[in-house]
Write a protein that binds this ligand. Structure first.
Ligand code: MG
Length: 172
């Protein structure tokens, strides 16, 4: 049985993950428009990963006998000044998500919900990776600056990213 406070916080997180997915799909659209199709592909993978995150929370609420309640997804930005601005926004967003996950863990801890604390551990580790990925790309873009060949090579590298389903969804 899910405690109401924890259930509400998990439902809010489903919405936050869907908003993240929508944000990254918007970034993919922007990168396609800017002619950087490799980076666009990278964000399409990011979009799918965020949908996975939402589904992990969705499945978890149901498995605990809770009720999923989907709320409206807020509008997302559609324009950025440069590839660097897009990835800086990505890092800033992932830092915000990290604090959301931390707050969720704090709620679960306050309510002595040990199962929720356990499932959140995957997300705590995932956020370390998300922030590191964005930071590495920002470092690369700062090194490249306006060098066309450098941008071309990075676009190619990021376009090679392959989607793999999040491990908690295996067999679901
Ligand atoms: Mg996420």
């Amino acid at each position: 049985m899910l405690n109401k406070k924890v259930e509400d916080a998990l439902n809010a997180q489903i919405n936050a993950e869907m908003w993240s997915a929508y944000l990254y799909l918007s970034m993919a659209a922007h990168m396609h428009d800017a002619g950087q199709s490799g980076m666009a592909k990278w964000f399409e993978v990011q979009f799918k990963e965020e949908q996975d995150h939402a589904m992990i929370f969705f499945n978890y609420v149901i498995s605990r006998g809770g009720k999923v309640e989907l709320k409206a997804i807020d509008e997302v930005p559609t324009k950025w000044d440069s590839a660097l601005a897009v990835f800086e926004n990505t890092l800033e967003h992932e830092r915000k998500v990290t604090s959301l996950i931390n707050n969720l863990y704090a709620v679960a801890t306050a309510e002595c919900d040990f199962a929720t604390q356990s499932m959140l551990k995957w997300f705590i580790d995932e956020q370390v990776e998300e922030e590191e990925n964005a930071r590495t790309i920002i470092d690369n873009l700062k090194m490249i600056k306006d060098n066309g060949y450098g941008l071309y090579m990075l676009d190619k590298e990021l376009g090679a990213r392959v989607y793999t389903q999040a491990s908690p969804l295996a067999g679901k």
